[in-house]
Design a protein around this ligand. Structure first.
Ligand code: HSE
Length: 340
């Protein structure tokens, strides 16, 4: 499978690390082998080689701060604009793993549409295009007869969307509710241990859990974008981020958290969505509530179904390899579906 990777930050690097580590297993068990034919970043250069880039050299180059450090080699084209890369790289699949922009979803949305025009499948870890332009992307995928997948946009590589859309196909899901933001759940857990808000935020940033703009996490907007992705992709609901009732953990003080603890309760940032709308807000839960026991960057989601009742999934919600894996899961699914 020839893969073009847009964005080479935490998630893109996590994906390449997994490919390097699991190369032999993926070939032996799934008959899968990948060639990375292009990598594009916003400010750290771009590389294209339709015959495949060397993964060790790629990781070395980015660890030195710029793809320009990739060794000289025949066939490697440097610093092409992303549009030209998409047109010329010959990829089967475009992976969009650049920073989420929840205001416009650009330039990633245009890259995805261009990939469909070029007959490429599209996999996103970037939430902006899916939260803001879901219908346009779904229509373009259908017109191109290509796959559009975005498992990494909700609960990292924990298969929330695949569970709901594939394993639970045939059930009617009436609501989804849970903890959908890893960084704030981690922050709340650490703050309960008495660690200061600013310190824990620096820590979460260093670990790669937070968005480029952390106000998206602490203000509840990241969880809201995930609620919208669920509403659109599971319910076909015409709901946008601004239709939700959103607040975050930035309204909580250390005293609020201590008061909840003293009362045998715990704050959690809970997202809830139905076909009619939804909300994100910090809620005080009794310790006996199953969601109160979900700590650190772990996320949880409960789908209310007609045939099974509530179905709950708990797993990683953020992180380098945790989200890098989502890209791998989606490309393996594209292969399993017989597309490639
Ligand atoms: N900033 C996001 C979170 C990353 O903390 O959940 C994963 O979407």
């Amino acid at each position: 499978m020839k893969i073009a990777l847009i964005g080479f930050g935490t998630v893109g690097q996590g994906f390449i690390e997994i490919l390097k580590e699991k190369h032999a297993l993926l070939a032996a068990v799934y008959g899968f082998s990948a060639q990375i034919v292009a990598v594009a970043t916003h400010s750290r250069g771009t590389l294209m080689d339709p015959h495949g880039l060397d993964l060790d050299a790629l990781m070395d180059a980015i660890s030195q701060g710029h793809l320009g450090n990739y060794p000289k080699a025949d066939g490697v084209v440097r610093d092409l604009p992303v549009e030209k890369i998409i047109d010329q790289c010959g990829a089967d699949v475009l992976l969009e793993a650049s920073w989420t922009n929840l205001k416009t979803g650009q330039p990633a949305t245009d890259y995805c549409l261009r990939a469909f025009q070029n007959g490429q499948h599209v996999v996103l870890a970037n939430k902006g295009p899916v939260a803001l332009h879901y219908q346009q992307l779904a229509d373009a995928a259908r017109a191109a007869k290509k796959s559009l997948r975005f498992e990494g946009t909700v609960m990292a590589g924990t298969p929330s969307l695949t569970l709901a859309k594939e394993a639970l196909a045939g059930c009617t899901i009436s609501a989804a509710k849970g903890i959908l933001n890893g960084s704030t759940n981690y922050m709340l857990t650490e703050m309960e241990r008495g660690i200061d808000y600013e310190d824990v935020m620096d820590d979460a940033k260093a670990k790669g859990y937070l968005e480029a703009d952390p106000t998206a996490d602490v203000g509840g907007w990241d969880a809201a974008s995930k609620a919208v992705i669920l509403a659109r992709s599971l319910f076909g609901a015409d709901i946008g981020i601004n239709d939700l009732d959103v607040s975050g953990i930035d309204v909580l003080s250390a005293d609020d958290i201590a008061a909840a603890q003293a009362a045998g309760e715990r704050y959690k940032l809970i997202a809830e969505v139905t076909p009619q709308g939804g909300s994100v807000k910090a809620v005080r839960l009794p310790l006996a509530d199953p969601l109160a026991g979900v700590g650190g960057t772990t996320n949880a989601i409960t789908f209310e179904t007609d045939l099974l009742g509530p179905v709950t999934l708990v797993g990683a919600g953020a992180g380098r390899r945790e989200t890098g894996f989502a890209l791998l899961a989606d490309v393996l699914a594209i292969r399993r579906q017989g597309f490639l």
